[in-house]
Ligand binder design. Structure first.
Ligand code: MGD
Ligand code: MGD
Ligand code: SF4
Ligand code: MO
Length: 841
């Protein structure tokens, strides 16, 4: 099979309430036959948050391919195009970083570890002496392993004592975490992928799952092809494959103007209440805040919402009826909400819909506040995103003392006098030079942060010493003072956790190139050279290996909702990943949370006390106590407000950005796979037919897209975005175009145009709302370089250039060995029969 052309692969239909059949996808590079593979090494795919269980093929000390694990609860053997074609080629790429680099006379020159780390430690110690801990900032990732985040968190919080630590998870799933903290008291995914197997309706809120979690979408496609298929409801301003499935399944496509989600959500909530579809008894027993929510949404009649969002009121009514009357509804939420205006309020509104109907904690009734990056969840758990490890509350002295005891340090060392500094604020401090030491690991902010020209100025300036730890000399690494070469996936061991709390182990398969070291070893080296100690003068960081780091993290998680104590590396080498909490009470893990349903909302248990969703104002401990949560969930609302940058005569179009199926972020891995790179070789912008006609633009024309912050020049795709809006992929920086970019030819990075604004609660920057104009600057020489297989395809009925060219992959439909968690004979697909009590019907 060519899995570039056939993104989701062969259908294996399954009926409502049955187990998703297994299908094993594999791909070996250069046509190597399976018999010639030396070893298969247990792992999970690291190219999105789906976390597909897999094995890495090793031959002659090289990673040469990948195959899915039939017995894994997440993917039942399947892999998507990125996993198949994009997982391994990066490793043997000729331009891997193999030695540290230091800046000398303006140039980055190779150096030994001794001298590179020596320089980092020298600057770090000097600044600690002269300016104290607040001079230090750490900006990390959603792509390292749990062991690495936990080590970094301990170094930052107990070694240095700085609150300036965050991850690119701020750009990614800070709102997922925030929405769960606001509604349930704590981060932790309520639902499970198994909910797909038994639901009657699936709502996808701002989530282009067919391109961004292709294997999860295959699970939905298989339900749609089986008996009693679910209705699909799509909330997205583009006609994505989700929207097409909505039309085909008797569901609805709501295409709101970008930036108006909150009005739409208020309309859905009002309809639910007005029609009496909520479960009044459950709501009064299990939640706090109904009356305020009902009053907040009252003005949002379908007609009013239709006006604000530019949708048909009848469609809103129909979507609400599907939510209100289906027996089991599953919702997923992602960047169309998290990166759009009023992000936390709109995502909390999805939780509200479920709470109003008591629609969680039982099979098919689930919420998936999605993640994007493969290990975003671990960063949130381990606290390298600024939060305290183990979902502890920085504002609760009891939680801080627990950590101080665990680490044997003075509680006063652990920063907890104010909320942790979020990434955008850290960049501001670095701009001003108050942060004068910034350590960036496994992220490429010169391309991926909003208003990227400003970010490049900050990182390239003299006011801040910048360390970058990466696999490649990225756009960001080029601006650094010291570059540290890291080992990547398959070259180191560690664990990570997917959207549905499922933990996988990824074993080391091959050695990293040259002198590259694992991120864990780099952090440990820094800790050792800095001489961090605990209160008794013993080394603060006492672990040396990934497994020892995992054990330390397990101890930290003990007794918290995110309990890892029942896991071990050996257990994780077994047939499948395992979902937390996993402990003495739930030794096989937990498929679904809140089956009882008791929420971690009590004042001394919760991860924070909550916020006003409109302003971001914090709820105090006293106010929280006064609400007497007693294990109940919170219903919280907010009125709709227009987005920050309205359209104008000068900038008449709404600008939004996002992804294509074939690339991962700034393409450091996927552009090094020939199949993926050829499928989407260059940037483009999608325009509606209406706007294109008005602007005199035809398919493939060269256009300038401009906002008050910048300009890009790309090809126009006459596409499937709603009139009045445009969509640009953000994957295309400059690393492979030395002559282009800010110093040379025209820019093409979507973030030249995005703005420095963030959600008041989650502090997630908004990549999906800004104003822009589009002008034709050159004639087409052919169609735009946009894939025609997914949402960037031309409108229906228009000719579509074929996107194809993947090397052959192999697919086998298999029956897993009896007894495995996804053995059809077990009837349900649950890794944790002991802890998935059916709960309330
Ligand atoms: N192929 C691929 N897969 C990936 C990734 C990748 O880079 N490439 N990255 C991973 C990561 S880190 C993430 S975070 C996820 C992201 O996954 P998604 O959130 O699914 O991807 P996006 O394309 O960012 O945005 C989703 C949709 O939001 C819509 N949208 C834009 N503005 C609005 C709005 O105001 N309201 C609504 N309702 N919708 C809007 C867009 O039209 C788009 O289709 O994907 C993960 N998977
Ligand atoms: N306009 C716009 N901008 C966006 C978004 C959007 O939708 N629109 N989405 C945002 C989102 S959701 C995300 S997640 C971010 C992603 O943005 P980035 O985090 O910048 O994306 P990546 O390109 O994945 O960068 C990861 C880097 O880590 C390196 N790396 C990979 N593995 C390892 C490892 O094991 N160790 C080390 N040290 N390095 C490693 C890679 O080479 C790469 O340079 O972009 C955000 N920016
Ligand atoms: S769905 Fe995500 S985790 Fe699974 S193979 Fe594709 S990129 Fe990898
Ligand atoms: Mo993300």
């Amino acid at each position: 099979m060519d899995r570039i052309a056939d993104i989701w692969g062969q259908r294996t239909p399954h009926d409502r309430g049955t187990v998703w059949p297994a299908r094993v996808d594999s791909h070996l590079t250069d046509g190597i036959p399976e018999a010639e593979v030396d070893r298969w090494v247990v792992s999970a795919c690291l190219l999105c948050s789906n976390g597909c269980g897999c094995e890495i093929a090793v031959k002659d000390g090289r990673m040469v391919g990948i195959r899915g694990r039939a017995t894994d609860v997440i993917n039942h053997g399947r892999l998507g195009p990125k996993g198949l074609y994009g997982s391994t080629p990066f490793a043997s790429s000729a331009d891997r970083l193999t030695r540290p680099l230091v800046r000398d006379g303006g140039q980055l020159v190779p150096a030994s570890w001794e001298s590179a780390m020596g320089r980092v430690v020298e600057v770090s110690q000097r600044l600690l002496r002269e300016k104290g801990p607040l001079s230090h900032g750490f900006y990390t990732s959603g792509q390292l392993f749990a062991e690495e985040y936990y080590t970094l968190a301990v170094i930052g919080k107990a070694g240095i004592g700085t609150p300036h630590m965050d991850g690119n998870t701020r750009l990614c799933t800070a709102t997922a975490a925030a929405s769960m903290k606001e509604s349930f008291g704590c981060d932790g995914q309520p639902g499970s992928y198994t909910d797909i197997d038994s639901c009657d309706a699936i709502f996808l809120f701002g989530h282009n799952m067919p391109e961004t979690q292709t294997v999860l979408w295959a699970r939905i496609l298989d339900r749609l092809a089986g008996g009693q298929p679910p209705a699909i409801v799509c909330v997205d301003p583009r006609r994505t494959q989700v929207a097409e499935a909505a039309a085909a399944s008797g569901g609805v496509h709501l295409a709101p103007r970008p930036g108006t989600n909150q009005a739409l959500m208020n309309g859905l909530t009002r309809e639910l209440i007005a029609n009496g579809w909520h479960d009044a008894a459950w709501v009064s027993e299990r939640t706090v805040g109904f009356d305020d929510l009902a009053a907040t949404v009252e003005p949002y009649t379908p007609e009013q919402v239709g006006q604000i969002c530019g949708i048909d009121p009848a469609d809103l009514r129909r979507a609400a009826a599907i939510f209100g009357t289906s027996e089991r509804v599953l919702s997923t939420v992602l960047q169309g909400f998290y990166q759009s205006h009023q992000a936390t309020a709109a995502s909390v509104a999805v939780n509200n819909l479920h709470l109003l109907r008591g629609m969680l904690g039982r099979p098919g009734a689930g919420i998936l506040q999605m993640n994007g990056q493969p290990t975003a969840q671990n960063n949130r758990e381990c606290g390298a995103d600024g939060d305290l490890p183990g979902f502890r509350n920085w504002d609760n002295d009891k939680h801080v003392s627990e950590l101080a005891r665990l680490w044997n340090v003075d509680p006063l060392v652990i920063p907890h006098w104010a909320p942790p500094t979020h990434a955008m604020q850290m960049m501001r401090y670095a701009e001003q030079g108050s942060i004068s030491f910034l350590w960036i690991s496994a992220t490429n902010p010169a391309v991926s942060m909003p208003d990227s020209a400003r970010i490049r100025r900050i990182l390239g300036g003299q006011q801040c010493f910048v360390v970058v730890q990466d696999l490649f000399l990225t756009e960001t690494a080029r601006l650094a003072d010291v570059v540290l070469p890291a080992a990547g996936w398959g070259e180191k061991t560690g664990t990570f956790t997917n959207v549905s709390r499922t933990v996988h182990l990824s074993d080391k398969a091959v050695d990293p190139p040259g002198e590259a070291k694992s991120d864990l070893d780099i952090f440990l080296l820094y800790a050792e050279r800095m001489g961090f100690t605990d209160s008794d003068g013993a080394p603060l960081v006492r672990w040396r290996t990934p497994e020892e780091a995992f054990a330390a993290w397990q101890e930290c998680s003990r007794g918290r909702p995110v309990d890892y104590t029942g896991l071990s590396y050996d257990k994780l080498r077994g047939p499948t990943g395992i979902a937390w909490p996993c402990n003495d009470q739930a030794p096989d893990g937990t498929d679904r949370l809140y089956t009882d349903p008791v929420f971690p909302s009590d004042t001394d248990q919760c991860e924070n006390y909550g916020h006003d969703l409109l302003t971001g104002g914090t709820v105090t401990r006293q106010e929280h106590l006064a609400m007497r949560p007693a294990g109940r969930a919170f219903l919280k609302g907010a009125p709709y407000q227009p987005a920050h940058e309205p359209v104008s005569a000068e900038y008449p179009l709404l600008y939004s950005t996002g992804r294509t199926v074939y690339h991962f972020h700034t393409r450091t891995k996927t552009a090094r796979s020939a199949a993926l790179q050829q499928a989407a070789p260059d940037a483009w912008v999608e325009l509606s037919e209406t706007d294109a006609a008005a602007l005199g633009i035809t398919e493939g024309d060269q256009v300038a897209v401009e906002s008050p912050r910048g300009r890009i020049e790309v090809r126009a795709r006459i596409g499937r975005v709603r009139p009045g809006a445009v969509f640009a992929p953000f994957h295309y920086g400059y690393w492979d175009l030395d002559a282009a970019g800010p110093d040379g030819g025209p820019a093409r990075d979507a973030n030249e145009l995005t703005m420095t604004v963030w959600d008041p609660v989650s502090k997630q920057p908004l990549f999906k709302t800004a104003a822009c104009r589009v002008t034709k600057i050159g004639d087409a020489t052919g169609p735009a370089p946009a894939p025609s297989t997914a949402a960037s395809a031309p409108p229906q009925g228009r000719p579509a250039p074929a996107t194809a060219g993947g090397q052959p992959t192999v697919t086998r439909i298999v029956t897993p060995t009896p007894g495995y968690p996804n053995d059809p004979s077990l009837g349900t697909d649950s890794p944790a029969p002991t802890s998935t009590v059916a709960g309330r019907k």
